[in-house]
Design a protein around this ligand. Structure first.
Ligand code: SAM
Ligand code: SF4
Length: 399
């Protein structure tokens, strides 16, 4: 236990996986005696759990870090404490993407921890607090941490997370919990940074997943969302469909669902399991990404437009009141008007309940980043606007 309880502020950027990672970190810190605050200004420790999936997501984080840096410089502090003593950590996908070079761009950051090293965060904060107590020098603004890194720590080695971190019982919501079933991804879609920042696919042992859900149900959780970048590729003594059946039998659990599914790993057997499992929500998020076979191939998605259309037909035949949502990227390198039209027509034909439309953003290390970014920004915006408008009308009619 700390003598005076230190307050942690954690700001989340990005997907549900990050929401769950932030809870895991909060659970670990709570066990060490830390408290939480909604106010960055009065916090002793500020954590940014970051996203790298698109440039826009990263820009938001850089500007937020800059804002905190400015308030430190001006000495703003409603509590009257010395703002320079605030410990700032950048964690998650950007941490892994930029590693210790983050210190060069944001000298006010004290530590950097990638998604596979989050269990180390409590020890890192303890070390920094101890250094501070002993009067350890903080590098000056703009000073390169490589040469003055007494207070700079980075952990981006990766590896497999220890199972215990999922069992602190910390969930933001009293009724609903996210449960990670697999970490990372080995699909290497050509546009996607996830395999580089979250590592290759690792499936948690099914007994550990069931144990976590049983513990949550005992604590009053009645709804679960299973999480993974590609949940339906799950395999660890039992496959994904067998796992769904085991979860359906857990006492106290009333409803569950899963995200995200990859079309290449989706089959009618999954739809039958969805129809047969009374607690499983009849909801499928099945990102198609493009309606053009040429672009799907360049994206390394592993399926064709017709394969996807057949899946949807089977899903809607087998699962009654089936809800279907998707993700689409416009402006992928070399996407021509006819490729875009294929995506537009697919959205019109399928009539999704909802669709998330993204403008292609080149990501470091990815295969597609080598092909340039040859669709002009204005053209990406036009294509984005057209599908968005179409989907708005479809969603309205579906209500
Ligand atoms: N694993 C999930 C999947 O395969 O759908 C989620 C991956 S990502 C976190 C969520 C969505 O972001 C993707 O489905 C894709 O549409 C979009 N996305 C990923 N990389 C992108 C990029 N470089 N530019 C634009 N959108 C991207
Ligand atoms: Fe990225 Fe593709 Fe893996 Fe989804 S399936 S996380 S888009 S590499």
């Amino acid at each position: 236990m700390k003598e005076d309880k230190k307050k942690v502020f954690i700001k989340n950027f990005g997907c549900q996986m990050n929401v769950r990672d932030s809870e895991v970190i909060c659970g670990l810190l709570k066990n060490e005696g830390y408290e939480f605050t909604e106010e960055a200004n009065t916090a002793d420790i500020v954590l940014f759990n970051t996203c790298s999936v698109r440039q826009h997501a990263e820009d938001k984080v850089w500007s937020e870090i800059g804002r905190i840096a400015k308030s430190r410089k001006r000495g703003e502090s409603p509590s009257g404490r010395v703002p320079d003593k605030k410990i700032i950590g950048v964690i998650g996908c950007m941490a892994q993407n930029y590693k210790e070079s983050i210190f060069e761009r944001a000298a006010n950051v004290d530590f950097v921890v990638g998604p596979s090293d989050i269990q180390k965060i409590p020890a890192i904060i303890n070390t920094l607090l101890e250094t501070e107590k002993k009067g350890g020098e903080s590098p000056k603004q703009g000073e390169s941490p490589r040469f003055s890194n007494e207070r700079k720590i980075w952990e981006t080695d990766g590896g497999i997370r220890p199972e215990e971190i999922y069992h602190t019982g910390f969930y933001e919501d009293k009724e609903h919990a996210y449960v990670v079933i697999s970490e990372g991804c080995s699909n290497f879609c050509s546009y996607c940074v996830v395999p580089y920042v979250r590592g290759e696919l690792h499936n948690r042992n099914y007994k550990d997943i069931l144990k976590e859900i049983e513990e949550a149900a005992d604590a009053g959780i009645t709804k679960i969302t299973l999480l993974g970048q590609n949940v339906n590729a799950y395999s660890s003594q039992v496959n994904f469909i067998e796992l769904l059946k085991l979860i359906n039998d857990i006492k106290g659990l009333k409803e569950f669902s899963f995200i995200t599914s990859h079309p290449k790993d989706t089959s009618s057997d999954l739809f039958k399991a969805m129809a047969d499992s009374e607690k499983l929500k009849k909801y499928l998020h099945l990102p198609v990404q493009s309606g053009s076979d040429r672009i799907l191939k360049l994206m390394n998605r592993g399926y064709t437009r017709n394969f996807y259309l057949d899946l949807v037909k089977n899903y809607r035949t087998i699962v009654k009141s089936a809800v279907l949502t998707t993700d689409i990227i416009v402006g992928f390198p070399s996407e021509k008007e006819e490729d875009f039209q294929d995506s537009y027509d697919l959205v019109k034909e399928i009539q999704f309940n909802a669709a998330f439309i993204f403008k292609y953003s080149p990501r470091p290390n990815t295969q597609a980043a080598n092909s340039g970014d040859d669709v002009a920004r204005e053209e990406k915006e036009r294509r984005h606007g057209l599908i968005l408008e179409l989907q708005k009308k479809i969603s309205k009619n579906k209500k």
